[in-house]
Design a protein. Structure first.
Length: 572
């Protein structure tokens, strides 16, 4: 729901002569478990501009128990933030009944918009039928969708799915595997049912986090072909509601492209902000007290195909649950095995039965190279530190849905071949910000450091301190969130009288091995909270076996070290 607006603000908007909107409230023929328990059903509020080929000015969903006055509030919001065109007042609003006119009369009297009562609203009714058909699968909750499919989704099964989805979110495997890799998942249930699907992790290039499953490689290939075919058109569409408004032609083109992309069958789990999730799903989860990963990470399961989106039914949640469990088990076990190369390694998992949800299931999971992703040349660092890599150093928006899948071209992480006597990490530390003088601005300045897995983040800090020839200690922090600028997972160091550390995790006791760093992982490091020397650290290698000599050690330097205090003054 958008924030409430007032008639006083609307009265200042420009008014378009001869522009008439049809506005009304209509029922949706969709069952929603939580609403049914309250004796309510979903309804849709619509504002349509017939002069623009039945273009939708705004729509919203409300329960049937919502008071009649929501129509008046909705009319003001349609003028303040329309989906079509700029904020404005139409010359008139057309409604289908005297009752609706009475609801709107007082609100509209102060803003100079006429009311017209008509026995029929053909444009609004046409849009209502179309949206009812297209959005029917987005309005129901998980149990209602299961019931519509002739299945039953128990509360215990739904709760177990949410638990595994929360664990999967916490593991952040999208930081390790981009769309250049896919998981081949073969499952065999104890009741004889078998199926193979192909999973791709989303999230390491700034898009929504989650997992997409395709039933066949042909489906996956078709999706890539369509995104390549429509790449130019997709880039022309505004990515956010606050971007430039689309005209009617752009809206039709976007609708056509979206419909074509949604024609490819897939099953997607995205961790989505609650405000972007169909309200009925949020109501169901809150009513059952299901375990969210976090408020900004609701496990939204959607099925695509036939040009539409559908909330996942019981069999969809079972398939996604099986894939999440299998990938988590594969990742845990292969990490401990220390194989030389993860690609084409198959591991078998045995998933216990979940009452009224999943029979006992055997799953064979294999990491494959994605044969459908376009081949690009991976850049070399730091000699070819290009624009794409520099973009990764900037703060990422909290949610940026991509126009098409982005290939990060990160190599599949190599595993050590020998039983470990010690794990050694090679890290490249880029200086990306701070009080640089003109002599150093625009230069690539980095240091390569080798450090052992049992050594700590504080040991790494000391190595960086030495590598950049600093002489006076200050506070520092490591950012181990979803990107170098993500401060949701901090390891902070503070010098206090008791010699302890500040809030968050303790860098003096956190080892590199405890962070489970893979090749290609990037995280942030800030030194001196006054001058804010910013760094991005990239894991370029991870090896196991006998080691000799003292660690950590500096093995490479690019660029001269800037002075710690450019003005020559030291802190007192």
């Amino acid at each position: 729901m958008m924030r409430k607006v007032t008639s006083k603000n609307i009265a200042t908007l420009p008014q378009v002569k001869r522009e008439v909107w049809e506005i009304g409230r209509r029922a949706l023929d969709v069952a929603v478990s939580e609403l049914q328990q309250q004796g309510a059903r979903p309804e849709i509020l619509l504002a349509v501009q017939p002069q623009q080929a039945e273009a939708v000015v705004l729509f919203d969903f409300v329960p049937s128990s919502a008071p009649p006055t929501v129509l008046a509030d909705f009319a003001l919001r349609a003028m303040a933030a329309p989906l079509l065109g700029t904020p404005r007042r139409p010359q008139a609003l057309r409604v289908a009944s005297q009752t609706d006119a009475e609801i709107l009369a007082e609100t509209l009297s102060g803003i100079g918009v006429w009311l017209d009562v008509s026995s029929a609203l053909p444009s609004l009714d046409a849009v209502h039928r179309q949206m009812g058909s297209m959005l029917g699968g987005l309005v129901g909750d998980y149990r209602a969708q299961a019931a519509q499919a002739g299945d039953v989704l128990s509360e215990d099964g739904l709760r177990e799915f949410f638990r595994v989805a929360r664990r999967f979110y916490g593991e952040e495997l999208w930081l390790d595997f981009g769309d250049e890799a896919l998981f081949e998942i073969e499952r065999q249930a104890s009741d004889g049912a078998s199926k193979t699907c192909y999973g791709i992790l989303m999230g390491n290039a700034g898009e929504e986090f989650g997992l997409v499953l395709y039933d066949t490689l042909q489906d996956l290939r078709q999706f890539y072909e369509l995104t390549e075919e429509h790449a130019d058109r997709l880039m022309q569409f505004p990515e956010e509601a606050g971007a430039a408004r689309m005209d009617a032609k752009q809206r039709r083109e976007e609708s056509e492209v979206t419909s074509e992309l949604l024609s490819v069958p897939s099953l997607a789990l995205t961790y989505t902000r609650q405000q972007d999730v169909p309200p009925t799903l949020v109501e169901e989860a809150r009513g059952l007290k299901l375990p969210f990963a976090r408020k900004t990470a609701f496990p939204l399961v959607m099925r695509t195909g036939q040009g539409r989106l559908q909330v996942g039914a019981a069999h969809d949640l079972r398939q996604m649950y099986t894939a999440l469990k299998a990938i988590l088990d594969w990742d845990r076990r292969i990490w401990d095995m220390g194989v030389g190369n993860e690609a084409d390694v198959t591991l078998t998992s045995h998933l216990p039965a979940v009452a009224n949800f999943l029979p006992e299931t055997t799953v064979r999971t294999t990491l494959r190279r994605n044969p459908c992703v376009p081949e690009d040349v991976e850049p070399t660092f730091p000699e070819a530190l290009d624009h794409d890599f520099l973009a990764l150093l900037q703060p990422q928006p909290t949610r940026t849905p991509p126009a098409k899948p982005k290939s990060t071209k990160k190599k599949l992480a190599a595993r050590p071949t020998a039983a470990a006597t010690s794990r050694k990490y090679t890290l490249r530390v880029y200086l990306t910000g701070g009080p640089l003088t003109e002599d150093y601005e625009g230069q690539v300045i980095s240091r390569t450091i080798q450090i052992l897995g049992q050594q700590t983040l504080h040991d790494l800090h000391r190595a960086i301190f030495q590598a950049f020839e600093r002489f006076e200690e200050h506070l520092y922090e490591f950012n181990l969130g979803k990107g170098p600028a993500d401060r949701t997972r901090l390891y902070e160091y503070g010098e206090y009288e008791d010699g302890g550390t500040g809030g968050g995790n303790n860098p003096e006791t956190t080892t590199l091995d405890a962070l489970r760093l893979r090749v290609g992982r990037r995280f942030g490091y800030t030194f001196d909270m006054g001058d804010n020397w910013e760094h991005v650290i990239e894991v370029t290698a991870r090896d196991e076996g006998p080691v000799k000599g003292k660690f950590p050690r500096i093995t490479g330097r690019v660029g001269a070290s800037p002075p710690q205090y450019p003005d020559g003054d030291e802190d007192e």
